[in-house]
Design a protein around this ligand. Structure first.
Ligand code: SF4
Ligand code: SF4
Length: 370
C-alpha cells in the first residue's frame, strides 16, 4: 500500500495544518460592495461594466450600516470580503464593519490611506508602473500608493497581469523589492461586456472602455500566459521575500485551456468554489442581497476567469478531498500557506519559517545568504 503523503508530511507542514484547523477554519465568508463610486477609471473595470450596480445608491446611514454588519456577524459570517467600487472612499463604514467582523480582506486601489482602526488585510491593486498606470487606470497613482502603503503591515500589493503589461513583470517585482513591499499577482479576467465590445468598439466607448479593440487590449493570449508563468516563476526564485506566490498555483492559474468546466447552456463554471450559496452571499452597496447571481463577480466571463482570490479558493476546494485522503497533502497545505499569507496571517505577511515547507525554507535561506 502506498504510504500516505499526509503521514509523511514534515513537522512544519503538520504544525501549520493544525494551526489552520484550530485558528482559522471553518471560514464563513461573504462579499460586500460598500461604495458606489471610484476615483479611477480602469480599462475593463469589472464593477462598472455591468448593470447590477446601476441605480443603487450606497447606504450612507451609518446606523443602518451598523445594524447590517451586526446582522451579518449574527448570521455567522466570520470573514468579510470587501470590494466595489472603491472601499477606501467610505472609511467610516469600514470601521463599523471591522467592529463586527474583524477578519477579512479589503480590495482597494490604495490612493487613500485607511485608518489603523481597520484591521483587515489590504490588497492594493497595481496595474503597472507610472506610464502603464496612466494608460490603464486613467491616472498615475503609483507614487501615492507607495507613499500610503509601503510601510503598512496590513498591505500587500497585487499586480494585475494583462496582455498589455506582461513583459513588465520583472520591472514591477524589482520595484516592489526595492521599496520593501510584498507582491502577489492577479490575472486580468474580462467581463462579458468587455469581450462583446472588442470587435466593434466605435460608439461603445466610455470611461472604462477608452482604447481597447481587437489589436490593443488586456486579454491574456496563450503566449502571454506562458510568458507570465515563466516570469513569475523566475520572480519567485529571485525575490523570495517579496513575491507571495506558490509554484503549483502558478502552474495551474496559467493553464491555457482555462480553469473551469462550463455548463453548456449558461456558460457558467460548474465547479467554481466561489459561487453564491445559501450562506456565501454577495451584497450591493445599498445593503441589499444580490440574490441568486452566479458569484460575487457576476459580470466576469467564466471561461476566461483567472481572478486570484476566487481561483485560489477553487483550487483549494478541488484538492481538499484527495489531500485529506493522502494524495498531495503537502502541496495542498502549501496552497493554504499562500492563502494564509495573502488573506489572514500575521502582519506583515511574509514567508513565516514556521509554516514553510523545508525545501523552500532551505532555498530561501541560501538565496538570502548569498
Ligand atoms: S480601482 Fe479601477 S477596477 Fe477598482 S473599482 Fe475603481 S475603476 Fe474599477
Ligand atoms: S468566480 Fe469566476 S469562474 Fe467562478 S463563477 Fe464567478 S466568474 Fe465564473
Amino acid at each position: 500500500m502506498r504510504p500516505l503523503d499526509r503521514e509523511d508530511a514534515s513537522p512544519e507542514v503538520k504544525r501549520f495544518h493544525q494551526h489552520l484547523r484550530q485558528e482559522v477554519l471553518p471560514l464563513r465568508p461573504s462579499q460586500y460592495d460598500i461604495s458606489d463610486t471610484c476615483n479611477l477609471f480602469c480599462e475593463g473595470c469589472l464593477f462598472f461594466a455591468g448593470s447590477d450596480h446601476a441605480g443603487r445608491r450606497a447606504a450612507d446611514d451609518l446606523e443602518a450600516v451598523d445594524r447590517f454588519f451586526a446582522g451579518e456577524a449574527a448570521r455567522g459570517v466570520n470573514y468579510a470580503e470587501v470590494a466595489g467600487a472603491e472601499p477606501s472612499l467610505v472609511e467610516d463604514k469600514l470601521v463599523i464593519m471591522t467592529r463586527h467582523i474583524p477578519h477579512g480582506v479589503i480590495y482597494t486601489n490604495g490612493t487613500k490611506k485607511l485608518t489603523a482602526e481597520i484591521t483587515h488585510r489590504l490588497q492594493i491593486s497595481l496595474w503597472g508602473l507610472p506610464k502603464q498606470s496612466e494608460k490603464l487606470r486613467g491616472a498615475d497613482v503609483v507614487a501615492k500608493q507607495v507613499k500610503n502603503y509601503r510601510d503598512d503591515p496590513r498591505a500587500i500589493f497585487v499586480f494585475t497581469v494583462t496582455g498589455d503589461n506582461v513583459a513588465t513583470i520583472p520591472d514591477i517585482v524589482r520595484f516592489c523589492a526595492d521599496e520593501g513591499m510584498r507582491l502577489s499577482f492577479n490575472h486580468y479576467s474580462p467581463t462579458e461586456s468587455y469581450l462583446a465590445r472588442l470587435p466593434a468598439p466605435a460608439g461603445a466607448r466610455d470611461d472604462y472602455f477608452r482604447f481597447s479593440d481587437e489589436n490593443d487590449n488586456l486579454l491574456l493570449s496563450r503566449a502571454s500566459l506562458a510568458r507570465s508563468k515563466d516570469l513569475i516563476d523566475a520572480a519567485m526564485e529571485q525575490y523570495p521575500r517579496t513575491v507571495l506566490y506558490d509554484r503549483a498555483f502558478n502552474a495551474w492559474i496559467h493553464d491555457p485551456g482555462g480553469l473551469h468546466d462550463l455548463d453548456p447552456g449558461t456558460g457558467v463554471a460548474t465547479h467554481c468554489a466561489c459561487k453564491i450559496t445559501k450562506s456565501y452571499r454577495h451584497f450591493h452597496a445599498d445593503l441589499t442581497d444580490a440574490g441568486e447571481v452566479k458569484c460575487a463577480t457576476p459580470n466576469i466571463a467564466c471561461d476566461s476567469c483567472r481572478l486570484y482570490a476566487q481561483s485560489l479558493g477553487t483550487l483549494l476546494a478541488r484538492r481538499t478531498r484527495p489531500a485529506l485522503q493522502g494524495d498531495g497533502f503537502e502541496e495542498w497545505v502549501r496552497l493554504w500557506r499562500l492563502w494564509y499569507m495573502l488573506f489572514w496571517g500575521n502582519l506583515p505577511a511574509e514567508f513565516d519559517p514556521a509554516i514553510a515547507a523545508p525545501h523552500r525554507l532551505a532555498a530561501t535561506v541560501a538565496e538570502e545568504a548569498s
